[in-house]
Write a protein that binds this ligand. Structure first.
Ligand SMILES: [Fe+2]
Length: 324
């Protein structure tokens, strides 16, 4: 072998230090750490080979970075579209739930009031915004299973003694789950709908959960649901006064409802007032405001007994545990 054959061409000559530096940069890029360090190797003073490799690397990094930026933009667009799709689906389901109002005057606006009360209570006890939002949606959807009620459920005010009526009422949380379970993005909201009639003492339905077995969101909605049930006018009685409603909540405290939640709710209503009515046509997207909702200063008062369907608060049933 001649000396000429053993020697590399001059442009290929590179020091060990140059090669080591370039390899370190390549390894950093492979780990996703982009920098301009490679450009230092394109300057005069380095061997021609090192300069060419560094220039090629620089070009490659610019293109890769441009693709990554474009990819991030596309992911952001997809996330926005996904959020919009979820919101539209949720709005559609809520619109269906609101259609219940066409069958029953009490139900009209009930879901929205429960949603607002539950949201206020969730925020008052300091839950994270994500949880507050899920509880708000749960409040809107909690009675969606009543869509499955027969017409007789909406034909008169007091029919708790009719044959099979309680059995039909007790099915509405399960029916709600059947309606919503395909909407996996709703997450815990489906559980809130399922368990909003469970009681701390196990006397609720449809499962008979006790205490902390009942999701917090469901317990919050339960307090809001109870309050709206007793303060809203029905065809057979006027809504209770604030103080009467608070007394009922406290009577149920520790039995059906969580004591801490009841006290926090009473504080919230004393400070923020109650909702007098929910106008028709309110949508889901309200930018944290509910236009048209008014705080009622002079709630109606009377002392008729509670006997509304579905919200049988105050009725005592022995503790039991049912099977699903
Ligand atoms: Fe319900």
């Amino acid at each position: 072998m001649t000396n000429h054959a053993r020697q590399a061409p001059a442009w290929l000559a590179a020091s060990q230090e140059e090669i080591r530096g370039l390899i370190q940069i390549i390894q950093a890029v492979a780990r996703g750490h982009y920098s301009n360090d490679v450009m230092a190797f394109t300057r005069p003073g380095h061997s021609e080979m090192i300069q060419r490799v560094a220039e090629a690397m620089g070009m490659m990094m610019v293109r890769v970075e441009a693709r990554e930026v474009r990819l991030e933009e596309l992911i952001a667009q997809l996330q926005d579209l996904n959020a919009l799709l979820r919101k539209n689906i949720t709005q559609t389901v809520i619109a269906v739930a609101n259609a219940l109002g066409a069958r029953d005057r009490y139900t009209e606006g009930h879901a929205l009031r429960v949603s607002v009360y539950a949201e206020r209570l969730a925020r008052r006890i300091g839950l994270p915004e994500e949880d507050v939002e899920q509880i708000r949606v749960g409040g809107m959807l909690h009675d969606i299973g009543k869509i499955g009620f027969s017409d007789r459920m909406f034909s008169s005010g007091d029919f708790k003694n009719c044959d099979g009526i309680l059995e039909e009422i007790r099915k509405h949380p399960d029916i709600g789950v059947d309606i919503l379970k395909q909407l996996t993005f709703l997450g815990p909201v489906v559980d809130y709908v399922h368990y909003h009639h469970e009681s701390l003492d196990g006397s609720g339905y449809p499962v008979g959960l006790t205490g902390d077995e009942i999701p917090l969101g469901a317990r919050i909605i339960s307090v809001a649901d109870c309050f709206d049930a007793v303060t809203t006018d029905r065809s057979y009685r006027q809504g209770r006064s604030l103080e009467e409603a608070f007394a009922i909540l406290r009577e149920l405290s520790g039995k059906r409802l969580s004591s801490e939640l009841v006290e926090a709710f009473i504080e919230e209503i004393r400070e923020g007032g109650m909702i007098s009515e929910a106008p028709k046509g309110i949508g889901f997207d309200r930018d944290r405001q509910i236009p048209g909702l008014r705080v009622r200063d002079d709630p109606p008062s009377n002392s008729e007994p509670l006997n509304g369907y579905g919200e049988s608060y105050g009725k005592r049933t022995p503790p039991r545990r049912k099977t699903v």
